[in-house]
Design a protein around this ligand. Structure first.
Ligand SMILES: C[S@@+](CC[C@H](N)C(=O)[O-])C[C@H]1O[C@@H](n2cnc3c(N)ncnc32)[C@H](O)[C@@H]1O
Length: 297
C-alpha cells in the first residue's frame, strides 16, 4: 500500500548527507540538543507551555537521554557486550552507553561530518578505548563480521534508509546468536489509506530526507522476513506527547516571524519541515514506536 522510493541508494544517501551537512549545526546541535538528535520522553507534567521554548532546558536534556534508556532497556546491555549504534548521529548514545555500562560501542553513520564530531566528543570524554566510529551506509552493508555483535541500537535512523529490509538482514547477519536489535523509529500509523498517507506522511518525507515511512505492520513484516523474533513492539504511552507541543511551538514561532516579515530561505525551509510533522503527529497519522527483536539462539 505505501509508496516505495524510486530513488537509488546512492541518490538517497547523497540526499541524507546533504540534509545533515546543512542541519547538524543548525536545527540539531544548536537548536535541539548538542549530543542527541532524537525526540525525548517526558514525565507527567513536563510539557512546555504554548509558546515556551523548551529545547535548551534541563528537562529536555534529560528527556532525550530517557529516550535512549527506554529504547535500549530490553537489551540489558552490560560491560561484556559489543554494541553497534547504527545511524549514530554525533555520538551521544554511544558515549552514554560506554559511560553508563562500560561496554564497547561502535557507532556507524553515513555522514562524515557527524562522525568527526562524534569522535571528538569521545576523545574529550576519555572514552576512545571503548567507543569508535566508522562510515557505513546502513541500507547497504554493516562493516562487521558475521555473528560478532551482541546488540544493535538504532534510534530514529532507519526512517532515512532506502532499503530497511536489507538493513535488518545485515543486522541478523552481524548479531551473535540470541543477539538483539533495540530501536525507535518514525512510523506512519497502521491502517492509513493511500490518500491519508499521501496527505499527511508524504509531506514529511521530502523535507526530512526520508524515502518513505514504515507503519508498525510493515515493520513487523520486514523483521520477520529477516528472521528476527519480535520481543517488544510498543508506543511510548503518552510520554512522547510533549514533543508534539514542542513541534507546535516551533511552528507558531516561525509562522509569527514570517508574518512579521522575516522570510529568509532558511526560515521557510525549516517551517516546511516542522509544519507537516506537526499536522501529521497532532492528527494521529504519525507516531514514534520502539521495538526489540532477537536473533535465534
Ligand atoms: C535523527 S538522526 C539520529 C541520530 C542518533 N541515532 C541519535 O539518536 O542521536 C538520524 C541519523 O541516521 C543517520 N543515517 C541516515 N541514513 C543513514 C544510512 N543510510 N546509513 C547510516 N546512517 C544513516 C544520519 O546521518 C543521522 O546521524
Amino acid at each position: 500500500m505505501f509508496q516505495r522510493s524510486k530513488e537509488s541508494l546512492a541518490e538517497h544517501g547523497d540526499k541524507v548527507v546533504g540534509y545533515y551537512d546543512t542541519e547538524t549545526h543548525g536545527l540539531y546541535l544548536t537548536g535541539w540538543n548538542r549530543d542527541h538528535i532524537h525526540f525525548g520522553l517526558f514525565e507527567p507534567g513536563q510539557c512546555p507551555k504554548p509558546n515556551e521554548w523548551f529545547t535548551d532546558s534541563e528537562i529536555h536534556a534529560r528527556a532525550v537521554v530517557r529516550m535512549v534508556e527506554a529504547t535500549v532497556a530490553p537489551a540489558e546491555i552490560g560491560r561484556q557486550h559489543h554494541v553497534v549504534d547504527a545511524g549514530c548521529g554525533v555520538g551521544g548514545t554511544a558515549i552514554h552507553l560506554a559511560r553508563t555500562r562500560g561496554c564497547k560501542v561502535t557507532g556507524v553513520n553515513i555522514v562524515d561530518m557527524q562522525l568527526e564530531i562524534a569522535a571528538g566528543k569521545a576523545a574529550q570524554a576519555g572514552l576512545e578505548g571503548l567507543v569508535s566510529f566508522e562510515y557505513a551506509d546502513c541500507s547497504r552493508h554493516l562493516p562487521f563480521p558475521d555473528n560478532s555483535v551482541d546488540v544493535v541500537v538504532n534510534i530514529e535512523s532507519a526512517c532515512h534508509y532506502v532499503d530497511r529490509a536489507n538493513f535488518l538482514r545485515e543486522v541478523h547477519r552481524i548479531l551473535k546468536p540470541s543477539g538483539k536489535i533495540v530501536a525507535t523509529d518514525w512510523m506512519a500509523r497502521d491502517g492509513l489509506t493511500d490518500a491519508e498517507y499521501e496527505k499527511y506522511i508524504e509531506p514529511i518525507c521530502e523535507p526530512y530526507a526520508l524515502p518513505s515511512l514504515e507503519c508498525p505492520g510493515s515493520y513487523r513484516k520486514i523483521l520477520a522476513e529477516a528472521d528476527l523474533e519480535i520481543l517488544e513492539f510498543e508506543g511510548f504511552h503518552g510520554k512522547d506527547a510533549a514533543n508534539v507541543q514542542i513541534v507546535e511551538n516551533a511552528c507558531k514561532l516561525m509562522a509569527g516571524l514570517m508574518i512579521g516579515g522575516m522570510r529568509t530561505p532558511g526560515l521557510r525551509r525549516l517551517y516546511g519541515q516542522v509544519q507537516p510533522l506537526h499536522e501529521a503527529w497532532s492528527g494521529g497519522y504519525f507516531e514514534l514506536r520502539r521495538y526489540c527483536a532477537r536473533k535465534a539462539a
